[in-house]
Design a protein around this ligand. Structure first.
Ligand code: PLP
Length: 393
């Protein structure tokens, strides 16, 4: 009964899902505390207290419009607050007119791509990448064009990008802080990318939109700054969510902020709002929009993540693993100790270590560790990493 395409896609296993299933088996045999599951990017720190309090208060709010349908872009007062916050952080003028509240970043990405793509339009994705981008681009008839990053820094190479852009390039997805590497793209690299896009837009007489997927932009360490794409690129759209910054992934809340510098921005905003409606989202969930509106200054405790990063990073590098030091998100992306990353993570299973192969992110030879697990699990896992590394000495 189901579509041929979906049926084929179901057959392609997701690495993260298969590691999760592997984990379930191991947990039954060894007990949950003896399985070191670094496969899932599900925040395990609680949402800030302010967020819980806002939920409690708003649930009891008697506002008769709180639970009704609303304008498809989302509550105007919430969009106004989101815009003001962005303006404060970036210095770029923003108003409610620039904002569409979305069903998480995933919803926002689908809305943005649907609004932009004609069949066969190309979307540049830098590898390693969040694998869902490929499905989202395909959802809207686009073609993903993969461009490798520099494997020492995991930052994009602007000149490599230049040769991949064609007259069909409609968008470039940027994800910084990055899943799976934790790397933050530098302002210098982003400015070079901007120059490349400008050159190519002139050459082909096209417009190329930068879609900046930023769900980790509040999870940064060592006082790192995430450069603002709204400042650097003319045709920029930020897609963001509160899944990671407020540890609310299940509540499905995020937004798109599009730059006023985009030509025909009014038309683009209408397209985004139309797509939010017709993709069936209608509007982002009402209650949590209001919660966000009241807690924009809040964020999860990044110190907790930083401690975990430091313990794992220091241990792995002392064991000889090569790894770009992540300055954001909650992932490490070390080089596997053998060329075949899939075989490597199979070997790791022997020690109850659940890792995800780089192949799953378009970057073979590496593996991802998601450190949103308790410090206790991390500490208990250290001898397992040591035993794994010993196999390759
Ligand atoms: N983009 C990246 C890079 C992610 O890692 C994730 C989730 O893990 C998403 C988007 C989706 O985020 P959301 O839960 O806000 O839809």
């Amino acid at each position: 009964m189901i579509s041929r395409k979906i049926s084929e896609n179901l057959g392609k296993s997701s690495w993260i899902r298969s590691m999760f299933e592997e984990g379930e088996k191991l947990r039954k045999i060894h007990g949950a505390e003896n399985v070191y599951d670094f496969s899932l990017g599900n925040p395990d720190v609680p949402p800030p207290k302010t967020v819980k309090e806002a939920f409690r208060k708003l649930v009891l709010d008697e506002d008769p419009n709180l639970h009704k349908y609303m304008v498809n872009a989302g509550f105007p007062d919430v969009r106004e607050k989101v815009a003001a916050q962005l303006q404060k952080e970036t210095g770029v003028p923003m108003s409610a007119q620039n904002i569409v509240m979305t069903v998480g970043a995933a919803g926002g990405l689908n809305v943005a791509l649907k609004a932009l793509l004609n069949p066969g339009d190309e979307v540049i994705v830098f590898a390693p990448y969040f694998v869902e981008y490929l499905s989202y681009i395909d959802n809207h008839g686009g073609k993903a064009v993969i461009v490798s990053t520099n494997l020492d820094t995991f930052e994009p190479d602007p000149e490599l990008l230049r040769v991949k852009i064609t007259s069909n390039t409609k968008a470039v997805i940027i994800n910084s802080p990055n899943n799976p590497t934790g790397v933050i793209y530098s302002e210098d690299v982003l400015k070079k990318i901007s120059q490349v896009l400008e050159d190519k837009e002139k050459e082909y007489g096209t417009a190329i939109c930068v879609i900046s997927d930023e769900p980790y932009n509040k999870l940064v360490y060592d006082n790192a700054q995430v450069p603002s794409v709204l400042k650097i690129f003319k045709n920029a759209m930020v897609v963001n969510s509160y899944s990671k910054s407020l540890a609310l992934p299940g509540e499905r809340i995020g937004y798109i902020a599009a730059s006023s510098r985009i030509d025909e921005i009014g038309l683009l905003m209408s397209a985004l709002i139309y797509c939010n409606r017709t993709l069936g989202f209608v509007n982002a969930p009402a209650l949590v929009q209001k919660v966000i509106g009241e807690t924009l200054e809040s964020a999860v405790d990044t110190e907790e993540y930083k401690k975990r990063r430091d313990v794992l990073y220091n241990h792995l590098t002392s064991l000889g693993f090569k790894c770009a030091k992540p300055r954001g998100a909650f992932y490490l992306f070390p080089k596997a100790l053998m060329d075949d990353d899939v075989e490597f993570i199979k070997r790791a299973l022997k020690y109850n270590l659940l890792l995800v192969p780089g192949t799953g992110f378009g970057c073979p030879g590496y593996f991802r560790i998601s450190y949103c697990v308790s410090m206790k699990i991390i500490e208990n896992s250290l001898p397992a990493f040591e035993a794994l590394a010993r196999e390759f000495r």
